[in-house]
Design a binder for this molecule. Structure first.
Ligand code: ATP
Length: 382
């Protein structure tokens, strides 16, 4: 549906996008996620046609649209600000694009009514001025306006960021339902990982104008290619243990974390062997949800113990490391109150192994598809 090939965007000397390659299939929901300034909006604006790339091409259904003007691209756009006409009625706002395309009055009426019902706007809403609607209703008008011309794809740039927390959750569900019902191809920019994870079939993680990883939410959570992705996806943030070692003894790989040796599982062994991996300094990553307390040889003192009903969030100190643990309350027979000392461990297959020198995941980093020019990702202090 949409193919971005080797897209570079330069503003004067500043490279905002560096070799972006993304391939969105018909009906997919792609979310672009990353910190402020990473290039999400610039990517979206390149797809919609507000920006011409300095090099590279944009294809839609195999047609090169790199130099096709916005209005001829057949893309529906929903902006963060909605960009509605506040004094016009909801009906006229939705009908606007159809009038420009010179549809007959009766066709306009039919299409507006149809699309309004799909986004739960009633006849009563249609007659109101946009300024009389709530934020959530305005957002639905913006979506209806983007959909009514039956675009090939819909691009949304932080469409929920002006809504309060409760409405955001509701509208997130509405957008998911709409995608399911309409089967539309959607490209969605956000800096909110919950939005990206819950909505996207695929997430594109960006940093400093580079794509770091493209994958399903599960892939990004379980197989992060580098420290940046590992630290950006998941709540609470992954625990990183600096200055650990990957050992190779008797033909087997081990991760050594604070003097405790974990024999890695068969899959990790195979991947490391295939890469001809030599012993090296690593940063070991363990997700808070992957820690078990009351077992193992690692030790920590609980500093804060938060009881959340079904689980505890524990903030602990293990020598110089801060360790966050999310522990189910059911079946827990260890005292995890503040000040207590606990043993903890994890399963070896749940330990992520990051090369200390590059920040890349020794098991999941894909040398073939990775951008050789992308900067190394050593900073694990997120
Ligand atoms: P945010 O989440 O804050 O909206 P973003 O990931 O969408 O961030 P972009 O808006 O794509 O980031 O910007 C990427 C980089 O390009 C930023 O450093 C920004 O300052 C720069 N940039 C964007 N538009 C322009 C422009 N028209 N002229 C110069 N620099 C620009």
């Amino acid at each position: 549906m949409i193919r971005l090939n080797n897209i570079f965007v330069k503003f004067d000397q500043f490279e905002a996008l560096r070799d972006i390659n993304v391939h969105v299939k018909e009906g997919q929901f792609y979310t672009f996620l990353g910190p402020s300034g990473c290039g999400k909006t610039t990517t979206l604006r390149t797809i919609t046609g507000f920006i011409e790339p300095s090099s590279g091409s944009v294809l839609m259904r195999d047609q090169d649209i790199t130099h096709v003007p916005i209005e001829k691209r057949n893309i529906g756009i929903v902006f963060q600000s909605y960009a509605l006409f506040p004094t016009m009625t909801v009906y006229d706002n939705i009908a606007f694009g159809l009038k420009i395309k010179k549809f007959s009055k009766s066709d306009i009426k039919r299409k507006v009514t149809e699309i309004a019902s799909k986004v739960d706007l009633t006849d009563e809403h249609l007659q109101k001025a946009v300024s009389q609607l709530s934020g959530g209703q305005q957002q639905r008008v913006a979506i209806a306006r983007a959909l009514v011309t039956e675009p090939a794809i819909i691009c949304m740039d932080e469409p929920l960021s002006n809504l309060d927390a409760k409405l955001r959750v509701q509208m997130r569900a509405e957008i998911a339902k709409l995608h399911d019902r309409l089967g539309a191809t959607i490209i969605y920019v956000t800096h909110d990982q919950t939005e990206a994870m819950t909505l996207g079939d695929r997430i594109v993680i960006m940093k400093d104008g580079y794509v770091n990883q493209i994958g399903t939410p599960q892939e990004l959570f379980n197989k992060p290619v580098n420290l940046f992705v590992a630290g950006f996806i998941g709540m609470p943030v992954m625990n990183f243990f600096a200055d650990c070692k990957l050992l190779l003894e008797g033909g087997k790989y081990y991760a050594e974390i604070r003097g405790v040796k974990f024999e890695l599982d068969a899959f990790q062994q195979k991947a490391l062997k295939q890469n001809g991996q030599q012993p090296c300094d690593i940063v070991a990553g363990i997700r808070p949800q992957h820690i078990t307390v009351g077992e193992g040889d690692l030790n920590a003192t609980i500093e804060v113990s938060e009881m959340l009903g079904s689980e505890y969030n524990l903030h602990a100190r293990s020598n110089n490391d801060e360790v966050v643990m999310v522990i189910p309350t059911v079946g827990l027979d260890v005292d995890v109150s503040m000040g207590k000392s606990v043993n903890f461990t994890t399963k070896p297959e749940l330990i992520q192994l990051f090369d200390k020198a590059t920040g890349n995941n020794l098991v999941w980093f894909d040398k073939e598809s990775a951008d050789a020019n992308a900067p190394v990702c050593k900073n694990y202090d997120f």
